[in-house]
Design a protein around this ligand. Structure first.
Ligand code: AMP
Length: 459
């Protein structure tokens, strides 16, 4: 595996993005690319496949949205009905909407069409939008397959394919759907693959999909966000709800996300907080799309102090200034802990993650500590009545952290294939079409110069 020279670019204009995109970024007040953006954008601009390992909160959406918009801006053409030039798969409806909104915001001066295709909402308006043809389609796998089956959309003209939050996709059982969708792509498209963690199955999927990818990582796999102060409180299961209410006596907990393992658990915790006079709403898979959107809007607008959520509903949601994440129950899958606490301390802000651990959850706690390679400072609430016993608490120790305070970006080529080590060469729309034809989803990616040739043609 050859190491890609790390390029430090301090401004967006140094990345040479199209002028209308720079204008939109300036209007949003973004001056400096985040580490994942500084690494990923030049690679994506060359037309290469990318394997991005980054947690939410690192700016990864813009890391793929900006170079994609740049590509679309530089290669316009008549819109072809029932097709999309860019296809982005997202595990959840909320994340899909959020990604689409990012494309709209960064591309607001480009006049491109962005459509969202997700379940839980009416099918017909989606079919009408797809019939016109779209530049960017953001979809969840299930609803996209419905539309593909009805021939409302075809992937024949898709130039760039993005698989976001791949690990979550696998957790949700979307692998067969993803394979079906990928089989309908031409094989000539550029592929961008993002995952917060890299379990074996995800690595396998990346190997199957990507050809000679550049690997870009911010923070090693399963390293928890460095700016989050983590605490665990050992507590009997029956005392968790009253302890949760006690925690909210702290006025600093002004915008808190509380995670439960089950949908019913989320409702129960929300009712308990409500009864204690704490403004709260809940979001989970049994809520209608309208209810989910209203709950998120109320939380974003600070109309409620607490959002109680299950993992699936909260995944990838970008809400600014979440002060605290509370794990009312520890997740069964240790990787989910990384995602949960990544909801706070976004875009460099500080945050606190508190985990309530009952005796039956010690195993999960150990798994989390093994995965994140750190021990979480613990307090014991089991020995007394209602008062948190801090005697066993260890103060959070920043020096404990292996990887310093800031996410580090590392870009390496995942194979020893020839890379564009020099200046980013841009791919035109036709370059994408000249890519190798007929590649099968299951076939081992060829490492020959064919694709490189297509890129070369664009430089
Ligand atoms: P993401 O990881 O894509 O969910 O992004 C996390 C948050 O960072 C979002 O609120 C973005 O709008 C914000 N963000 C992304 N890129 C930048 C940047 N270069 N400067 C400041 N904020 C950013």
């Amino acid at each position: 595996m050859a190491t890609r020279k790390i390029i430090h670019l301090t401004t967006f204009s140094a990345l040479r993005l199209a002028e209308p995109i720079l204008k939109a970024l300036a209007e949003k007040g973004y001056a400096t690319p985040t580490p994942i953006q500084a690494q990923a954008i030049p690679c994506v601009l060359t037309g290469e496949d990318l394997l991005g390992i980054a947690q939410t909160g690192t700016g990864k959406t813009a890391a793929f949205a900006l170079p994609i918009l740049d590509h679309l801006a530089r290669s316009t053409g008549p819109r072809i009905r029932h097709t999309c030039r860019v296809l982005i798969l997202s595990p959840t409806r909320e994340l899909a909407t959020q990604i689409a909104n990012s494309f709209r915001a960064y591309g607001r001066h480009l006049g491109l069409s962005v459509a969202v295709v997700v379940g839980g909402v009416s099918h017909r308006p989606q079919a009408i939008a797809l019939a016109r043809g779209v530049d960017v389609l953001v979809a969840t796998p299930g609803r996209l397959i419905d539309h593909l089956g009805e021939r409302n959309i075809s992937c024949a003209e898709t130039e760039i394919f993005v698989l976001d939050e791949a690990d979550q996709m696998l957790d949700l059982g979307f692998l067969p759907s993803i394979r079906r969708i990928v089989a309908l792509l031409t094989g000539r498209q550029q592929n961008l693959f993002f995952s917060a963690t890299m379990p074996r199955e995800v690595g396998k999927l990346a190997n199957e999909l990507l050809r000679d990818p550049v690997r870009v990582a911010v923070a090693p796999v399963a390293t928890t966000v460095d700016t989050v102060t983590q605490r665990v409180i050992h507590v009997e299961s029956r005392d968790k709800r009253s302890l949760l209410v006690q925690l909210f006596a702290d006025a600093a907990m002004s915008r808190a996300l509380v995670f439960t393992r089950t949908k019913r658990g989320a409702d129960r915790v929300a009712s308990h907080l409500k009864a204690a006079g704490i403004p709260v709403t809940a979001i989970h898979g049994n809520k209608s799309q309208g209810q989910r959107e209203r709950a998120l809007a109320a939380f974003r607008a600070s109309k409620v102090r607490v959002l109680v959520a299950t993992d699936i509903a909260a995944r990838g949601i970008d809400i600014e200034q979440v002060t605290h994440v509370v794990n009312f129950e520890l997740p069964d899958v240790a990787e989910s802990y990384v995602h949960r606490i990544g909801r706070t301390a976004r875009a460099g802000a500080a945050g606190v993650a508190i985990s309530l651990c009952d005796p039956g959850e010690i195993g999960q706690l150990r798994d989390i500590e093994r995965l994140t390679r750190r021990s979480i400072p613990a307090e014991d609430h089991r020995s007394d009545d209602g008062v948190i016993n801090r005697s066993s608490a260890r103060e959070p120790d920043n020096r404990d952290r292996r990887h310093g305070n800031r996410p580090r970006a590392v870009a390496v080529r995942a194979t020893t294939g020839q890379g564009s080590q020099g200046h980013p060469a841009r791919c035109s729309q036709n370059d994408h079409k000249r890519r190798r034809k007929g590649r099968q989803w299951s076939s081992k990616p060829a490492r020959n110069g064919n694709r490189q040739g297509a890129r070369g043609a664009g430089s």
